[in-house]
Design a protein around this ligand. Structure first.
Ligand SMILES: NC(=O)CC[C@H](N)C(=O)O
Length: 202
């Protein structure tokens, strides 16, 4: 059993909490820097990256979280969370935690595709198709060599991993498919307690 934190300053954190609990681990809403000490990994949820990035600074969490991640602390950013992890954000001078060697494009799917859902096969995560929910989503436009591309959708990178860091453009917490959560838990080096049997080639 692990203590998995979900950053709860803003955005879609409740849904992540529910899934982590269903997989047999402790899920903790993280709202201050002290709480970062009691957890084994953290999920940065979807929401609004500019707001979340600002709140991380206001609550004195940014530097602590950044140095923990640099030292191997497992982290998974979904959607806005992916933007928080990126070292570069296209069209912006400023980045947030700046830990992952990726360049991202915000709101990358034009107006018509603002939000959509699609089913994809992602062999690294599951043998079966997984529903992917995109909401004003970013995608990754560039990666360094040490970044593993987990999935591309129509040529654009939408899931990637660099060592202890996982980033997805979409929202697995808004579906009832737990495969990405299971993948993240395995990244933390522990077996999933109540596996929903995602067969991955992890
Ligand atoms: N669903 C999301 O997390 C959207 C991300 C948002 N468009 C941003 O740029 O921060």
């Amino acid at each position: 059993m692990r203590n998995i934190g979900v950053l709860a300053l803003q955005g879609a954190f409740k849904e992540h909490i529910k899934i982590i609990k269903s997989l047999g681990h402790n899920a903790i809403e993280i709202r201050n820097a002290d709480q970062l000490e009691g957890i084994d990994g953290i999920i940065l949820p979807g929401g609004e990256s500019t707001t979340m990035g600002k709140l991380l600074v206001d609550f004195n969490m940014k530097d602590i979280l950044k140095s923990k991640i640099k030292n191997g602390f497992p982290v998974w950013g979904t959607c806005a969370g992916l933007i928080l992890l990126a070292k570069e954000i296209e069209g912006y001078e400023h980045s947030h935690l700046s830990v992952m060697n990726i360049k991202v494009k915000r709101n990358a799917y034009g107006r018509q595709l603002d939000s959509f859902i699609t089913n994809e096969k992602i062999p690294k995560v599951s043998e079966k198709e997984i529903p992917l929910v995109f909401i004003r989503a970013p995608y990754i436009v560039e990666t360094a060599e040490n970044v593993e591309i987990i999935h591309k959708l129509e040529g654009n990178i939408v899931a990637a991993r660099q060592d202890n860091m996982l980033a997805t453009s979409f929202h697995p917490e808004l579906t009832n498919n737990t495969c990405f959560h299971e993948y993240f838990i395995k990244m933390m080096g522990v077996p999933v307690e109540n596996s929903k049997k995602c067969v991955s080639s992890f």
